[in-house]
Design a protein around this ligand. Structure first.
Ligand SMILES: [Cu+2]
Length: 144
C-alpha cells in the first residue's frame, strides 16, 4: 500500500517536472485571482468611442517589462479569442489584441457599428498569460 503510494508520488513528480519544462516561461497566478469588466456590462448598447473599465481582484497591476510576483497587465481581445496553445505564449499585438502595458485599468475603445465580443486577459511582464490563466468571461456588446 505504502509502496504504491510512493510509486504514485514519484510518478506525479515526474509528470510535474515534464509539465513544467515546456511552460517554464509562464508565471503562476495566485488562487482566486479574477479579471472582469466593470464597464460595459454584458449585452450593453454603446456608442463609439466608449469607455471600457477593467476590474481585477487577487492580483496587482504592473507595467509590461516589470517582473513582480502576482502582477500582470491587462489585454483586451476584440472579436477574437486565444486558443489553448496561444495561452502559453506572448499575446499578439494587433487591432484585435490590445495591450495595456502602461498598467492602464481603462481605455476608450473605438469600434464599428454592430455586435462585438470583448474579453480581458491578464498576462505577465512578457505578455504571456498566467498559470492558471486569469481571463474574464467574454461579453457581447452592440455599438449603435
Ligand atoms: Cu501585453
Amino acid at each position: 500500500m505504502i509502496t504504491s503510494i510512493r510509486v504514485g508520488l514519484a510518478l506525479l513528480a515526474v509528470l510535474a517536472a515534464a509539465r513544467l519544462t515546456p511552460v517554464a516561461a509562464q508565471t503562476p497566478s495566485p488562487a482566486g485571482a479574477k479579471v472582469y469588466f466593470i464597464n460595459p456590462g454584458d449585452g450593453a448598447e454603446v456608442t463609439s468611442p466608449f469607455l471600457v473599465q477593467f476590474g481585477l481582484t487577487g492580483m496587482g497591476i504592473a507595467p509590461a517589462g516589470v517582473e513582480k510576483p502576482n502582477t500582470g497587465h491587462h489585454h483586451l481581445l476584440i472579436d477574437t479569442k486565444l486558443a489553448a496553445d496561444q495561452m502559453k505564449e506572448a499575446i499578439p499585438a494587433d487591432d484585435t489584441h490590445k495591450h495595456f502595458g502602461g498598467g492602464q485599468t481603462e481605455a476608450m475603445v473605438t469600434l464599428p457599428k454592430g455586435q462585438h465580443t470583448l474579453q480581458l486577459v491578464l498576462a505577465d511582464w512578457t505578455h504571456i498569460p498566467h498559470v492558471p490563466p486569469v481571463v474574464s468571461e467574454p461579453i457581447t456588446i452592440t455599438v449603435r
